[in-house]
Design a binder for this molecule. Structure first.
Ligand code: PEP
Length: 253
């Protein structure tokens, strides 16, 4: 058993108005808001951050955003910065999600700017990496993950590593109902931890959390979370409903 506390983060994507988000957060807080042995982060859309922040206030549940711009302010119409997120009590930010890479053409270099900016403003980046089905079938999984990880973390140091969370999310498993087998996931998680050890030293890598994401739900979570290098989950679909998300949290606790 590792000493790393499991982390379960809910990525609501472009779902939930602020009223819907408040209702969902309230149910989650009632059920698991006092749990100490697992860390829970809710990542609503920007428009629901403030409402959700109020609902989770005083509980153990934390707040994350789904994206941000690297600059602190300026002429970037439609964008949101790290200081704006901090002002709403966000502690985490998902960066480099595969949907942002695929639909908004985000590159490793741009994601890296965001990682650096997040750290500078005391936000904990949840850096997402993962291969597409074509890349897996071509035998390129580890190469792709290495490029994304090294690109996204360029210029960070071992003192900052404690604030970083990595999420391995095979693109072919996101929102598809196809989950990676626990062996497939563990292989990549162990590889990522090895890369983190090279970047930051072995003891630092042993303390870092690496989450699995991709159709994780109560039915498959226990086996995934039992793997040596899987330290929690980044949950999409199953985080949109209190019952399944609470169940996942209880499995991780
Ligand atoms: C995600 O979008 O990060 C994700 C893992 O989604 P899902 O759980 O729906 O596959």
């Amino acid at each position: 058993m590792s000493s790393r506390k499991k982390l379960i983060a809910g990525n609501w994507k472009m779902n939930k108005t602020s009223a819907d988000g408040m209702a969902l957060a309230r149910e989650i807080v009632v059920e698991v808001g006092k749990l100490n042995d697992v860390e829970v982060v809710l990542c609503p859309p920007f428009t629901a951050l403030e409402a959700v922040a109020k609902e989770i206030d005083g509980s153990q549940v934390k707040l994350g955003a789904q994206n941000m711009h690297p600059e602190p302010n300026g002429a970037f119409t439609g964008e949101i910065s790290a200081p704006m997120l901090r002002a709403l009590f966000a502690t985490h930010v998902i960066l480099g999600h595969s949907e942002r890479r695929a639909y908004f053409a985000e590159t490793d270099a741009f994601i890296n700017e965001k990682v650096i900016a997040g750290l500078k403003h005391q936000l904990r980046p949840i850096l997402c990496v993962g291969e597409t089905l074509a890349e897996r079938e071509a035998g390129d999984t580890l190469k792709v993950v290495q490029t994304q990880l090294e690109g996204g973390l360029a210029g960070t140091n071992k003192d900052q590593a404690a604030s970083l969370v990595i999420a391995y999310e095979p693109v072919w498993a996101i929102g598809t109902g196809k989950v990676a087998t626990s062996e497939q996931a563990q292989e990549v998680h162990a590889f990522i931890r090895g890369l983190l050890a090279k970047l930051y030293t072995e003891p630092v890598a042993q303390r870092m959390r690496i989450l699995y994401g991709g159709s994780m739900k109560p039915a498959n979570a226990a086996e995934l979370l039992a793997q040596r290098d899987i330290d929690g989950g980044l949950i999409g679909g199953a985080s949109l409903e209190a019952r399944s998300f609470v169940e996942l949290i209880k499995i991780a606790a």
